[in-house]
Design a protein around this ligand. Sequence first.
Ligand SMILES: [Ca+2]
Ligand SMILES: [Ca+2]
Length: 349
Amino acid sequence: MRKILLIAVAFGLLPLSAALGQGVITLDHVEGLNASGGFDDGATLTFHLRLTNVGDTVVAMANGYKFTSDGISWGSLHGSFVGPLDYWVCWLWPPCPFDIQTVDYFPPNIVGFQAMTGPSGYGLPTGFDDVGCTITVGPLSVNNGTYLTLDSSFFPPAGPWTWLIEGGTAVHCEWGGPYTYYYIPQQPDTWLSQDPIYLKELVDRIIYVYFRPADVNDVDLCSVRVQDKIKTYSQDCAWIEGDLIVTDVFVFRLLSPYRPISGTVNTTYTVSWDTYSGDHYVLYGDLNVELYPGDVNLDGEVNASDLIFMSDYLFNAGPPSQLKEVMDIDQNGRVDALDMTALSRLIGF
Ligand SMILES: [Ca+2]
Ligand SMILES: [Ca+2]
């Protein structure tokens, strides 16, 4: 008899009564989202649906769900009864809420759950509040789309969204959705080949900037810029190393906005790029500088050659240091003969 009632409802033969407040199906949580709270291209998402019954015992249910999007497609849809409604749990440890459960698929975007009590089922009891169904969708393919929405649905052939209580009365089950999630690629990060930067240790004054994009092959390598304007130094364009993109910059160009540098610098830099798919990205990374006062010729040593460099600058019209502020050994704001004395003392002469 109950099976006949369910089928009758599923085919739309019974009118729905207006007994509101029976219960609600809500989205408990989603597995597969990234740290940004969105989904990546290629992600597989599992929606966990919570069934809450605040009315009479439900002896049969028919609930359908549909996915809509603006350009997101997926490999497959899969629905399961889980938790107390799991078929195998019921089979091993009867009695259970429902004896008969079916998951129906209507490609490409609808999945329906039907269940009913039989000889041993006791129905979804008053006060039931647990995750009872999951829907897994994926892998997702992002084709210029931005969102994926899960909503309630009638499903063919005219299967309504309803619960039945004892006596065959169809009652209204509320739906907490629709629930929408967005394509928000996991934000990649960036770092420098040296942090903090020790100028004396930099070979050829070059520092490398690394970042991890969502797809290295989608990066326009010639669009990569550090600090919004600095192009790759040693080559025409940035290059790929595994799942990273690398660009290099002449360190004094990188540091120029922070000069004069008279001590430790703690700030951030940016690296930006365009993708072939039309997006523009900007990332922030840590930029810290440690100075070695006295290494005025920046050759990695603090010794007599620095005294000669300083002397040439002060008295023989020699070139200044590439980081002129390091010549202000006594840090009084001027570079003069007193710094020669201070440098001599620093070196130990
Ligand atoms: Ca030196
Ligand atoms: Ca000085």
